[in-house]
Design a protein around this ligand. Structure first.
Ligand SMILES: Nc1ncnc2c1ncn2[C@@H]1O[C@H](COP(=O)(O)OP(=O)(O)OP(=O)(O)O)[C@@H](O)[C@H]1O
Ligand SMILES: [Mg+2]
Length: 410
């Protein structure tokens, strides 16, 4: 097998598990994807591991395929985590810079982040990310990197993401039993955002919705940093279940019907188109209008968008602050009519986003379903950059903190 550093992302989703293996781009900037594996997943419920054995098996299948296609052996991964146990809060910390020349050093930045982390986190929750939003030096706000500036008072505003300790532990256990070391746990919408959003969108303000099978994950960015995150326990699988009940057909058939003929916006479908519905219990198949199918899909998708809209607006992220609008990704974003219906609900411009910003295997991987997996490989790459310069670098130190926490947990 070839050698050299590799970076692997492991997306443990509700409907599928994806492993992405990448190496650093020859130019030294970004990643080149070498291999990819995907296996059906049935050990999760609404984004959370509920059956360890099944999850371990799916992880092994996905990783073996990624190893085979890349010709490399995967030892450690950046793994994704989601589920409606995830909470995001904004916090702030303040410190005095007492050095004589009052120059702000990386150690001060690390201290102020520590101070911002000092909020009451319940014992059954763990901190997954501490994401700096802005710094205030004396009275000057809106600073992205205060290192090297002069000041006596340093303040940091951060977004802290926590998850239920048991859910985090189960992801780690599943990966470890599949023979993998987890270098970091990354909130899935943050990973998807890294792969799908453009820097100008994050600056202007944008809401990313990763609509998967079991959950819809939200990340809101403004002025380049994360302002709000949320996970809603509804996704494409709910749409499929609605169809199975409404049409009295098995779930697998309902899924195929949705993929072949589904549409999220009734008004986009011509009333004269029909689709064949296979029935259960030996009854004959029947034809229904595609319009009727869309009528069964639209209310659920609208419900998901309405929930997401409430989350986005709850945190004062009014539409006029989100100049970049809404970006949809995840498998369920592939349903025709999604962007059109989303524009109606959010009253903002909406686009569908697939992962970009990498080379290698583009034909297979440029697909909204793989946004999280690609984003996780990108996180693994950037995290390693942080590790190499870890001495005196606060990002590196936070990375080390997470790893230490993982080591203590398992
Ligand atoms: N072409 C398509 N048209 C419509 N829906 C699709 C299409 N392809 C996939 N889906 C739907 O997308 C959903 C799966 O999306 P995805 O692969 O992003 O989920 P996941 O990552 O496994 O789950 P989660 O992120 O919720 O844990 C399923 O409900 C599936 O029906
Ligand atoms: Mg997913």
């Amino acid at each position: 097998m070839a050698d050299g550093p590799i970076y692997a992302g492991l997306d443990i989703g509700t409907t599928k598990i994806t492993a992405v293996v990448a190496e650093p781009e020859a130019s030294g900037e970004g990643i080149r994807i070498l291999g990819f594996g995907c296996a059906p997943s049935d050990g999760l419920k609404r984004g959370v591991v509920v059956n360890l054995e099944r999850t371990v098996r799916s992880i092994q299948h996905a990783v073996q395929e990624a190893e085979r296609t890349s010709g490399r052996s995967v030892k450690s991964v950046s793994a994704g985590i989601a589920g409606d146990h995830i909470r995001g809060i904004n916090s702030r910390g303040v410190i005095a810079v007492s050095r004589k020349d009052s120059e702000i050093r990386p150690v001060d930045v690390a201290r102020v982040i520590e101070a911002a982390k000092a909020v009451a986190i319940p014992a059954d929750r763990e901190i997954l990310h501490v994401l700096p939003q802005q710094y205030v030096v004396d009275d000057q706000d809106g600073i992205r990197d205060p290192t090297g500036m002069s000041g006596v008072r340093l303040e940091a505003e951060v977004h802290i993401i926590t998850g239920a300790a048991s859910a985090c532990r189960n992801v780690l256990r599943a990966a470890e039993r599949a023979g993998l070391q987890v270098d970091e746990l990354v909130l899935e919408p943050l990973a998807s955002a890294s792969a799908v959003l453009r820097p100008d969108e994050k600056d202007l303000g944008v809401a990313l919705l990763d609509i998967g099978g079991g959950t819809t994950d939200i990340a809101v960015f403004y002025e380049g940093s994360v302002r709000h995150t949320a996970v809603i326990g509804l996704g494409g699988a709910n749409v499929t279940n609605d169809l199975a009940i409404g049409l009295r057909t098995p779930v697998e058939r309902a899924e195929l019907l949705k993929l072949a003929s589904g549409c999220a916006l009734t008004s986009m479908v011509r009333p004269d188109e029909t689709v064949r519905v296979p029935s259960v219990g030996g009854r004959p198949d029947r034809d229904i209008s595609r319009h009727m199918l869309a009528m069964m899909i639209e209310p659920r998708v609208e419900e998901i968008f309405a929930h997401a809209n409430k989350e986005i607006r709850k945190h004062h992220m009014a539409a006029d602050l989100l100049g970049g609008g809404v970006v949809l990704t995840g498998g369920a974003s592939l349903l025709p009519g999604m962007t059109e219906l989303a524009e109606q609900v959010f009253d903002m411009p909406v686009r569908r986003g697939a992962p970009v910003g990498f080379t290698g295997m583009e034909d297979t991987i440029t697909d909204p379903r793989y946004a999280t997996g690609v984003g996780l490989a990108m996180h693994a790459y950037h995290n390693d950059g942080g590790r190499r310069v870890a001495d005196g670098n606060w990002m590196g130190r936070i990375g080390v903190g997470i790893r230490r926490w993982i080591e203590e947990l398992v």
